[in-house]
Write a protein that binds this ligand. Sequence first.
Ligand code: ADP
Length: 505
Amino acid sequence: MSYVAAIDQGTTSTRCMLFDRQGQTVSLAQREHRQLFRRPGWAEHDALEIWRNVQRVVPAALAQAGADERDVAALGIANQRETTVVWDPGTGRPLAPAITWQDTRTSELVDALVAAGDADRIRATTGLRPATYFAGPRLRWLLDHVPGLRERGEAGEALFGTMESWLIWNLTGGRDGGIHVTDATNASRTMLMDLTTRQWDDDMLALLGVPRAMLPQIRSNAERYGDCDSLLRGVPIAAAIGDQQAALFGQTCFEAGDAKCTYGTGAFLLVNAGTERPPDTDGLLTTVGYVLGDEPPVHALEGSIAMAGSLVQWLRDSLEIIPTAPQIETLARTVDDSGGCTIVPAFSGLYAPRWSQEARGVIVGLTSYVGRGHLARAVLEATAWQTWEVVEAVRREAGIDLAGLRVDGGMTSNHLLMQMVADVLDVPVQRPLVSETVCLGAAYAAGLTVGFWSGLSTLRRNWHRAASWQPRMDPKARRRGARRWSHAVETALLAARPDDEDDED
Ligand code: ADP
């Protein structure tokens, strides 16, 4: 058998890729799905539409490669994390729209948990700080709002899962014997799993009022869950892993201290933290990096940045300063610096390491001198300095000094930005030849399970550098830049305050 297949069920699209033994891309098929915004703050997907897209992209990727299922050694699945699906195992139909990771409808629920003093307990068990980001509160919201869901869940007539669970259930037969499993990385984002035992935690289930009968079984990231039933008939499903962890794996960050950052709509920096559960920190999330079969789990520290590429989109679509995203680089290169202005893109608060739902975006340091070029530069600098804040938290709170950063995602085609990242972090930044690191990571995990690849060292040899950037910023300038950034962030943290005062009048 010549190939390993991977499905990346992402936020905006679903893709299927085939890889050969060298880890090279053989084919890629992709389909977008609808983003449903029925109310402000809500963001939903149709799980059935996503399953139909899987049924289209898999045969398309096979056809492109001139292959059929007999050529495929295994299937790995990576997925958008935290997106919550509930379905009826009798009909195979979702019982509500899937609530995506960007959806903030659970903010009151989360605020109530914090107000009740449960944050520390949640942190100690799950490694997560209570936030609308995670799946468990969404399931609670569904239990409270979908008529009869709780009773059905208790009776085993309604199942919960994140996207990989939903897809594996469908791929292994659905109504006709589909298996109901999740993996440790996805389960670690529910706020329901004990990060130390990697099992559902009774205390968390009670806190969120979730019936255990609805939950999938938690498995490792690389093992044979079952075989495909119709699509890719007979091919073992041999890996499931959350997309950011898949990128960490695809970037072959196998040693403690290895780090990657994916620069897309948001930016997600993950650091391999080794096999011991790291102590909780204030600024970072502790999560499962990956678990290969029976081997000890590898933990990860994660710093998520809500806005990176989306700030570029804002410059393009709302301010209309650039016609296309890549043109930000041309515009930013017309000036030498940002002319003293700093943009903090806290459009809907700040994630790591500040974790403020109240912060709002600011542009500070405006003078008549500041023009379009300076704004473009400040937009790119915002991504670089946000990365710096996360890396500082990794250093300060976890005692890990990064030796380098591996990068992927749409924004990494921007050389100026990648140079800025190398400069402010003061470490080399490297981009691999295969940029589809999420699919690659899922394929790697699946291929390891079935012996398509012999071990991690083989995978490491497959990693080839396409580009690298060396730091060359003067330390004084870096310190000055860091001070200016930190000052601007303080302003963003204060930005929402006047409204609060009005409320008290
Ligand atoms: P996602 O996977 O989150 O959809 P991608 O990895 O496809 O994102 O990256 C798309 C994002 O990258 C968009 O937000 C876009 O604005 C940004 N982007 C794409 N090309 C560039 C570029 N050359 N410079 C800066 N930003 C870019």
